[in-house]
Design a protein around this ligand. Structure first.
Ligand code: FAD
Length: 426
C-alpha cells in the first residue's frame, strides 16, 4: 500500500495488515531501515506513535559520520540531505585551558583500504528535521513500505511463525487494528517498550552528568570546525551548522546542567563565551536550551526469535564524540543487509539463526564505541593529577604520532570495522 493511503486522514475501517517486517519507531533509525529495504521485495509496515509534526520538531542536531554519509548515499537519500547540511573539515580537541591541542584534518584519515577516503570532510552536522524529512520523502516512492503515523503499538504477541501486533491509530474512525508480521523490529528508542515486553535485560548506568544543548550564532565564522573541549565537569562540543550557526552540547553534573539551562540568556552566553575561549567571538543564543540525561546502556541481546532491536532500543552512549545516531544508522544498514540476503536465499527472516548474524556483527562494534566514549568521559572529567598527566601525554601522542591519529580518526568516523555493503555502493 502506498504511503499516503495509510496516513492519519484516511477514514479506514478496522484494518488488518499482513507484512514481512513491522518496524516500530519512525525515528531516524527506523526510517533508515525501511529505506535500506526499499528494493528488497519485502513488505514493510513502519509505525510511529507521534504525529509527524511533533516527531519532526525534535530540536536536535547530529554529527553524521563519514560512514553514515556513505550509507545514506547507498540508500539514495544523500542528494536530498547534502544541500541542507554542511561538512566539517577540521576537528579541534583540547583539555580545558591546557595549551596542547589535537587537530584533525581530512588528510589525517589516510587510506583505509576498504573505502575511498574523502579529501574534503571529516563529517557533517545535520538537524533532526532535515534527516527525518529526507528519509520520509524517499519512502513516498516505495510501494512496499506502509507508513502508519500516528500509530502506537500497544500489544505484542509472539507466535511460532510470526508476531501479532495491536496498534492504535488515534486519528482514524476505528483506531484499533492488528498487524501480522514475520519479523518485528524494535526501533522505538531508549525506553523501548518492544525490548521491555520481550523481557530483554539491559546493562549500563546513568551518568552523573546531564547535557545542555543549545544553538548559537557566533560573531566569527565557525570555519567548518568541530570543537570538543574537555573540562573536569564534562566535555563540551560545538558543532558547525549552516548559516554560520553552531550546536552546543555542554555536559555538566546534573545540578550544574539544570542551572545552566535556567540561567538568564546574558549569563548563559557569558559562560559560553568563556568556555569557547573567544575562538568564535561574541555569541548569540538562538531558540531554547534543552537538558537531557546521559546514559550508557547495552541490551543483553539484540535479537530473539522473530525480533531484532536497532538504534537506541539496543544501546545508548555518552554524547561525547556524537556517536549515538551513527551507531543506529549502521545497525539499520547491517540488519537490512542480513535480511535481504536471507530473503534472497529463501531463508525465514524471523529465524534466530538469521537474526544472530546481525547481532554478532553489531553488538561487539557498538560495545567498542560505548567503551571508548565512556573512557573519554571518565579520563577527562577528572582532576586527579596522575590522570591529568596521563591524558595530556595521550593528547600529545595523538597529535604527534600520525598512525595513532589516523587510527583514532578512522574509528570515530566509522571507517574502521565491517562496513555494510550499502556503504560500498558509491
Ligand atoms: C536531547 C538529545 C540530544 C541528542 N543529541 C545527539 C547528538 O548531538 N548526536 C548524536 O549522535 N546523538 C544525539 N542524541 C542521541 C540520539 O538522539 C539518539 O541516538 C537517536 O535519536 C536514536 O534514534 P532512534 O531512532 O533509535 O530512537 P528515537 O529517536 O528515540 O526514535 C524512536 C521513535 O519510536 C517511537 N515509538 C516509541 N514507542 C513506540 C510505539 N509503541 N509505537 C510506535 N512508535 C513508538 C517514538 O515516538 C520515536 O519517534 C541525543 C539525544 C537526546 C535525547
Amino acid at each position: 500500500m502506498a504511503l499516503q493511503q495509510l496516513t492519519q486522514t484516511v477514514p479506514t475501517p478496522q484494518l488488518d495488515y499482513d507484512c514481512d517486517i513491522a518496524i516500530v519507531g519512525g525515528g531516524i533509525v527506523g526510517l533508515t531501515l525501511a529505506c535500506a529495504l526499499k528494493d528488497s521485495g519485502l513488505r514493510i509496515a513502519l509505525m510511529e506513535a507521534k504525529p509527524q509534526s511533533v516527531a519532526a520538531a525534535k530540536g536536535q542536531a547530529y554529527n553524521v559520520s563519514l560512514l553514515s554519509e556513505r550509507i545514506f548515499q547507498g540508500i539514495g537519500v544523500w542528494d536530498k540531505i547534502l544541500p541542507q547540511v554542511i561538512p566539517y573539515r577540521h576537528i579541534r580537541l583540547s583539555d580545558a585551558d591546557h595549551s596542547g591541542i589535537v587537530q584533525f584534518y581530512p588528510t589525517d584519515l589516510g587510506m583505509t583500504g576498504k573505502m575511498p577516503v574523502p579529501q574534503n570532510a571529516l563529517g557533517y552536522v545535520a538537524e533532526h528535521q532535515v534527516l527525518l524529512d529526507s528519509l520520509q520523502e524517499l519512502l513516498q516512492d516505495c510501494p512496499n513500505v506502509s507508513w502508519l503515523c500516528p500509530a502506537e503499538v500497544v500489544k505484542v504477541e509472539y507466535q511460532a511463525d510470526g508476531v501479532e501486533l495491536e496498534i492504535i491509530q488515534s486519528k482514524i474512525q476505528n483506531p484499533k487494528s492488528k498487524i501480522r508480521t514475520r519479523l518485528l523490529v524494535g526501533a522505538d528508542g531508549a525506553k523501548s517498550g518492544i525490548r521491555e515486553s520481550a523481557g530483554i535485560p539491559t546493562r549500563g548506568w546513568q551518568y552523573w552528568q546531564s547535557c545542555v544543548v543549545a544553538t548559537i550564532k557566533p560573531e566569527k565564522s565557525h570555519n567548518n570546525t568541530a570543537f570538543e573541549r574537555f573540562w573536569p565537569s564534562g566535555p563540551m562540543g560545538v558543532l558547525p551548522l549552516p548559516d554560520n550557526r553552531c550546536r552546543v552540547v555542554w555536559t555538566a553534573p546534573h545540578e550544574e546542567a539544570q542551572a545552566l539551562s535556567e540561567l538568564d540568556e546574558k549569563e548563559f552566553i557569558e559562560k559560553l563565551e568563556h568556555r569557547t575561549g573567544g575562538l568564535l567571538g561574541r555569541l548569540e543564543l538562538e531558540g531554547s536550551r534543552f537538558v537531557f540525561n546521559v546514559q550508557l546502556m547495552q541490551s543483553d541481546r539484540y535479537t530473539l526469535p522473530r525480533l531484532a532491536l536497532i538504534g537506541d532500543a539496543a544501546h545508548c552512549c555518552h554524547p561525547v564524540g556524537g556517536q549515538g545516531i551513527n551507531m543506529g544508522i549502521r545497525d539499520a544498514a547491517a540488519l537490512a543487509e542480513v535480511l535481504q540476503s536471507a530473503h534472497q536465499l529463501g531463508e525465514d527472516i524471523g529465524n534466530i539463526q538469521v537474526l544472530k548474524r546481525y547481532e554478532r556483527w553489531r553488538k561487539q562494534e557498538n560495545l567498542a564505541i560505548l567503551g571508548f566514549t565512556d573512557f573519554l568521559d571518565r579520563m577527562f572529567s577528572n582532576n586527579w593529577l596522575p590522570v591529568v598527566v596521563i591524558r595530556r601525554l595521550g593528547l600529545w601522542m595523538l597529535q604527534n604520532i600520525p598512525p595513532l591519529k589516523t587510527y583514532a580518526l578512522q574509528f570515530m568516523t566509522g571507517l574502521r570495522g565491517r562496513p555494510p555493503q550499502l556503504a560500498s555502493r558509491c
